[in-house]
Write a protein that binds this ligand. Structure first.
Ligand code: ASP
Length: 367
């Protein structure tokens, strides 16, 4: 398929093109794309597609907000960027095809297990995951904690749908494959690749609702950048990741329920009580400032803790470190520099290991 057709493809076309390669995957039928001609001197990169705007299709090429995320299948994405085939033998698999607000714990576990299975094989040198940007950082951080390999894993998305003039998806995907094909990207933890930046899943977060430079890492910076077709790495990860974590999802079928509650003036305790009644094993508070809680929220958090629920203080501020506090006590865990949505990911995994607040606080300082 010629590149130009990428901008005019429809869901119907995607269905027709992928039909000969359909294999069952989970609860739905998903296309698998085989490498056309395997070149022995190139690395083998697998693209796992989950949907998002990078696979989005709008009725008009100027519409960048009213579109269906996850409309195009993985073979369409791969065929749209034939230049990738000069860097790697590319194969693809569809894990899901949805907007990323729909990515749930079940899909996370399925994806994490599949990534580990693929990377255990000598036939796979790197993995690229296409994903919606809204919750991309959650999936990337989850993988950063559960992947048991130092081979490159790159999560990529786009802010403009595939049908838009100047869509950012094709080049982001090209860059992601460049990173996943590179030996220099090994051992750096899971990478987020958008807008020519090479970001760590631990540090990068979505900061803007619609702009293409939305992914930022204000405090810790990026691992590197891509310019002139070359990868430039500048920073090393200091937090533990991938092979150095204690988290093993190989036998886990379900992650514990962890809810996020937002701190604000005049907040009551009823949302805490509702979360506990609904079976939450953990609560992350997006508190004000340095993880501050109202008296109501503090009382409710202590009552939840008495019922065996683990509670973490993070911040709604969007930057900085939430520090442990003698006022709130050591059992109310501080999120370090994790934002609430990443703190939820770490707390879910922490609770698969222990309920000891001291141990979990250590995890928050290590990961
Ligand atoms: N709503 C989309 C999603 O997260 C946004 C995007 O991909 O940019 O799936």
């Amino acid at each position: 398929m010629k590149k130009i057709k990428f901008f005019a493809v429809t869901l119907l076309a995607s269905t027709l093109l992928s039909a000969p390669y359909m294999v069952p995957f989970g609860s739905f039928t998903a296309p698998v794309v085989q490498a056309e001609e395997v070149k022995a001197d190139l690395p083998n990169v697998k693209i796992l597609a989950t949907g998002g705007t990078i696979a989005g299709s709008a009725a008009s090429n100027t519409d960048t907000t009213g579109y269906k995320a996850g409309a195009l299948a993985v073979d369409i994405l791969i065929n749209a960027v034939p230049e990738m085939k000069a860097m790697a033998n590319i194969t693809g698999e569809q894990i899901a095809n949805t907007g990323s607000p729909n990515i749930n714990n079940k899909i996370l576990l399925q994806l994490g297990k599949r990534v580990n299975e693929l990377l255990a094989s000598d036939d796979v040198d790197g993995i690229v995951i296409t994903h919606g940007t809204d919750t991309l950082e959650e999936t990337a951080y989850f993988l950063n904690l559960v992947v048991k390999s130092d081979k490159p894993v790159v999560v990529v998305g786009a802010m403009r749908p595939a049908t838009a003039i100047s869509a950012d998806g094709p080049f982001n995907l090209y860059n992601a494959v460049k990173i996943a094909s590179s030996k220099d990207a090994k051992g750096k933890g899971v990478i987020m690749a958008l807008n020519d930046r090479i970001g760590s899943a631990r540090y990068v977060t979505k900061t803007n609702t619609t702009m293409t430079d939305t992914f930022q890492s204000a405090e810790q910076g990026y691992l590197g950048a891509i310019a002139g077709g070359k990868l430039y790495f500048y920073n090393e990860m200091t937090r533990k990741h991938t092979k150095d974590t204690v988290f093993d999802i190989s036998k886990i079928e379900q992650l514990p329920q962890v809810d996020i509650l937002y701190g604000h003036q005049n907040d009551g305790r009823y949302l805490y009580d509702a979360a506990v009644a609904a079976g939450a094993k953990g609560i992350v508070i997006a508190g004000s400032g340095n993880g501050s809680l109202s008296e109501n929220a503090f009382t409710a958090a202590k009552d939840a803790m008495k019922k065996g629920v683990t509670v973490v203080r993070s911040s709604r501020v969007g930057g900085g470190i939430v520090t442990p506090s003698s006022y709130y006590g050591p059992d109310l865990i501080a999120a370090d520099s994790l934002n609430p949505q990443k703190a939820r990911i770490l707390l879910m995994l922490a609770l698969t290991q222990t309920n000891d607040p001291k141990k979990i606080q250590e995890y928050f300082h290590q990961y």
